[in-house]
Design a protein around this ligand. Sequence first.
Ligand code: ZN
Ligand code: ZN
Length: 258
Amino acid sequence: MRLFSDYHLHPQGHRHQPYSQELLQPWADHARRIELRDFALTDHDRYHAGVDFEEIDRLRAANPDLKIRAGIELDNDPVHSAAGREWVEKNWERLDLVLGSVHFLRGDWPFDHAGQEAEFARRDINEIYADYYERIRAMARSGLIDSMAHLDLVKIFGFRPTNDFSDVLDGVLSQIHQANLALELSTAGWRKPVGELYPSDEIIRRAQAKGIPFTTASDAHSHVQQGENFERLAEKMSQMGINEVCVFERHQRRIVAL
Ligand SMILES: [Zn+2]
Ligand SMILES: [Zn+2]
């Protein structure tokens, strides 16, 4: 089994860099090199001003052998995401997919940034998880997203809740199913301190039971990270009986067998 699609990529990385062929072509080159044939550009919504649909069309024309999807990662940034949501609504027809994610918790805390372990240790871990999943549910309900990114990102530094979150997770997945969203399988977790796929095997099994479809993703912030650990992900997926993924074109979801 070979994975062919990476649906979470950040050409702009961690700063505003307007789209150009110089910025984007290395992603097409790298995709071809590692035999990906379908990928989505999903920069953070706070850098939406750098996204240029004409540059994406130019990239498509120069690389007709690849499916190149226009996307964005919409999060709950207290400063920028109101403008991000507006931008998504305005450009909805030009976008193939919108990823939803939660990067901020109570007190505008950017919990997944490097060095946030101390704050995890200071707060009540069960409250952190409850707060996180409540915000995930709000994102799922937003009506602005097609797929949920790194669903259990809150485990990033390996801090685990002491309460049982089974019912909470079940509620979250029911909400995702109800909103007809896909769920991302992200290898990014393997390069973070937690060293575990996003989401966990337990969440994947529950999602499978509900019939939620999956996308595959690396969350690359540099083109050399694109498709990272995809052999390992393919192995896990076949062990878990996942033999198909979904692709998006103008928000239309299609299931493709692997
Ligand atoms: Zn993210
Ligand atoms: Zn991302």
